[in-house]
Design a protein around this ligand. Structure first.
Ligand code: PGA
Length: 221
């Protein structure tokens, strides 16, 4: 059986100390075998988190929140897929905050996705509409995160029926795995994980405190 993904997107949050405190608390929680819990941390924390996971043999995976659209080289400020792969297995690509605040185009998202796959990273590509899937290089290694714009950081999660229809359309047309993101909490996570063909959830706000993230894990079916 494929594992259900429970992802934590910390966005531009947490210092080293805060990250360690989070890990200490979350690692006290039993993580059921059928869950794949992935922390999407800022680049600055990848090294210490991967070390902490290894030393303590924790059942947690790590991901970066972005990847350069280029290979290694003269691209000041960018972090390449090869550099990320030293610490992490996953990468988040095309989050709506990057598309809106940093003008990330579908073409840019496509290049980033290709670089991730080349380096053996699993890309979780965030989309809010089906057109954004159409422009991707369809590869079975891609996992889509369906994140409707009105649901991100608003406390207004999308109607599970709408999510279900989106997943069905993606499955029919592209056969890709889909997770849902947007105001996921311990209270509503079951509504999404019980949908047909859903592969997991991505939490932002409720991934920041260990308590609210543990609630998501506990209620994940
Ligand atoms: P949210 O964020 O859980 O705060 O809505 C989700 C995301 O942006 O990935």
């Amino acid at each position: 059986m494929k594992k259900t993904l429970i992802a934590a997107n910390w966005k531009s949050n947490k210092t080293k100390t805060e990250a360690k405190n989070w890990l200490e608390e979350v690692s006290l929680q039993d993580i059921p075998e059928h869950l794949e819990v992935v922390i999407f941390s800022p680049f600055t924390l990848l090294d210490i988190i991967s070390g902490y996971i290894r030393v303590n043999s924790l059942p947690l995976k790590l991901g970066a929140q972005d990847v350069s659209p280029f290979s290694s080289g003269a691209y000041t400020g960018e972090v390449s897929g090869a550099q990320i792969k030293e610490f992490a297995d996953y990468v988040l690509i095309g989050h709506s905050e990057r598309r809106s605040n940093f003008n990330e185009s579908d073409e840019m998202v496509t290049e980033k996705t290709k670089r991730a796959i080349e380096k053996g990273l699993t890309p979780i590509v965030c989309v809010s509409k089906i057109e954004q899937v159409t422009s991707l290089p369809i590869d079975p290694k891609i996992i889509l995160a369906y994140e409707p714009l009105g649901s991100i950081g608003t406390g207004n999660p999308e109607d599970p029926n709408v999510v279900s229809n989106f997943i069905k359309e993606v499955k029919d047309k592209f056969q890709l795995d889909v997770i849902y993101g947007g105001s996921v909490s311990g209270q509503n996570v079951k509504n999404y994980l019980s949908l047909d063909n859903v592969s997991g959830v991505l939490g932002g706000t409720n991934s920041l405190s260990p308590k609210s993230f543990i609630e998501i894990i506990k209620n994940a079916i």
